[in-house]
Design a protein around this ligand. Structure first.
Ligand code: ADP
Ligand code: MG
Ligand code: ZN
Length: 474
């Protein structure tokens, strides 16, 4: 029998607010343990939480970017459970009235557009971290306790690990476009739970699902999903039945094991947190939030394909980075998009990678990029000279023209001056002339000699043209 996989994801993203969700402690990553703590985030009795407004703002922004309805009146609920990294023994989350509902995320897999509905987005607090040490035993670090998260819960609309991966990539790109999450996967800024079931191909009923929690890389999610689909098919093919359970994915051993079954499923006894008042988002605030949502990555991707005539690969690389996309679109108002894109995809990307910086940390601007492209198009400098100019464009406030002058890179396009060089080179290279007369192609060699003689500043098109006409005279 053929089977179809059905996958739903619960994605957690840490919001890049300066302070925590219910206290003013820092959210900074990597501080010495238990230094970003206070009575609120360590769950001291009687401490009172105060909601960080920025969390509401960011969560609603993601909702707006994913076509959700925003519940302008929502609330915080307690989700009760015990674990040593949760000092209050409850997590403040949202239960029946999440801040955002009924969204949809679009993405491409191998050139085909897919969509996945979002059931909800809610905000909640992160738990602390348990550090297991061989000598000291287990240490509880509360620095992460109270770091704000949004949880995005999908409908079971995904059908392969490849779809799940592209969906996750699109969530990540969208978060970075909105500037609400640092998206540092290595710091656990985005984590997900994957829910997997299978059903006979053609069936529309949902099979029994298995959940795997807290997967912190997208490639790990792919491996976990592929493993689980194969496991379920094997169980069913052997006459068994899938149990509704939570399994722990081990990304080193590449297998999963039962964590808990339906029987010991937890009852979280959700109830509204009596320490917090309802959250109200005014129309005015919501409009403000909406106005901050930029053109989305998928829209740009499609525009780069259809309007700029880029390849899928180029469009993807450019639309994946908000900064690069912004630079491209600003430059494309004045020069050919392809010309600007080539610089961004090659030398500009290389510089940023090599230096480990983002565009906004440099002095590069769209106007400078436009000036560079125009100087090359006008033949004032060569493409090679452009590469030499680039570092200064990132590092100084000089105009591109000033850098070109300072570095002496202006191309010689004066035909008279170039003709003198060409004639001199031909006169000095008797062997090349003899080869030419014997029917050999010596143009490349002569161009090289002329470039050398002009210290690399001769306009190669003019050199080529003049060599051809001088040789023709022989
Ligand atoms: P819980 O909160 O217990 O994890 P939810 O009903 O909120 O349960 O579902 C969590 C996730 O499981 C959602 O992303 C949803 O799309 C997914 N899901 C639900 N049913 C199935 C199924 N039969 N197969 C795959 N995924 C499913
Ligand atoms: Mg779940
Ligand atoms: Zn605190």
């Amino acid at each position: 029998m053929k089977y179809e996989a059905v996958i739903g994801l619960e994605v957690h993203a840490e919001l890049s607010t300066k302070s925590k969700i219910y206290c003013s402690c820092s959210t900074g990553f990597g501080a010495p343990i238990n230094t970003h703590t206070c009575p609120v985030c360590t769950g001291m009795p009687g401490a009172l939480p105060v909601l960080n407004k920025q969390v509401v703002h960011y969560a609603a922004k993601m909702g707006k970017a994913t076509g959700c309805t925003i519940n302008q009146l929502c609330k915080a609920d307690r989700k009760n459970y015990f674990y040593p990294d949760l000092p209050k023994a409850y997590q403040i989350s949202q239960f029946d009235v999440p801040i955002c509902e009924n969204g949809e995320v679009f993405f491409y897999v191998d050139g085909v557009k897919h969509s996945c509905r979002l059931e909800r987005i809610h905000f909640e607090e992160d738990a602390g971290k348990l550090l297991h040490d061989e000598i000291d035993g287990t240490i509880v670090d509360f620095n992460r306790c109270g770091v704000p998260l949004i949880e995005m819960v999908t409908r079971p609309d995904l059908h392969s690990s490849a779809e799940a991966k592209e969906f996750l990539e699109m969530i990540k790109t969208t978060l970075s476009y909105l500037d609400i999450c640092d998206c540092k996967m290595e710091e656990g800024s985005i984590r997900c739970d994957v829910n997997v079931s299978i059903r006979p191909e053609g069936s529309t009923e949902l099979g029994t699902r298995v959940e795997m929690k807290n997967i912190n890389t997208f490639s790990g999610a792919v491996r976990a999903i592929d493993y689980e689909i194969a496991r379920q098919i094997e169980v069913v093919e052997n006459g068994g039945e899938i149990q509704q359970e939570t399994r722990r994915w081990d990304d080193v051993k590449l297998k999963n094991t039962v964590m808990r079954t339906k029987e010991d499923a937890q009852d979280y006894r959700y109830f509204p947190d009596p320490d917090l008042i309802a959250v109200e988002i005014s129309d005015e605030w919501l409009h403000q939030i909406e106005s901050e949502v930029p053109e989305l990555p998928i829209t740009r991707y499609e525009r780069y394909l259809n309007e700029y005539g880029m390849t899928a690969m180029e469009a993807r690389l450019l639309s994946d980075s908000f900064e690069k996309a912004e630079l491209l679109d600003a430059a494309a108002k004045q020069v050919k998009p392809k010309a600007a894109a080539n610089w961004i995809l090659s030398d500009i990307s290389k510089y940023l990678n090599d230096k480990g910086v983002s565009l906004r940390e440099t002095k590069m601007t769209a106007d400078k990029l436009v000036a560079l492209v125009k100087l090359i198009e006008a033949g004032t400098i060569s493409g090679n000279a452009g590469k030499k100019v680039l570092p200064s464009m990132f590092e100084t406030d000089e105009t591109v023209e000033a850098i070109v002058d300072r570095m002496g890179l202006k191309q010689v396009s004066d035909e008279g001056a170039i003709l003198a060089i060409v004639q001199d080179v031909i006169a000095k290279n008797e062997k090349a002339v003899a080869d030419f007369k014997a029917g050999k192609n010596v143009t490349g060699f002569l161009v090289g000699q002329c470039m050398k003689a002009s210290k690399g500043q001769g306009n190669p098109q003019i050199i080529n043209k003049l060599i051809a006409s001088e040789l023709a005279k022989l």
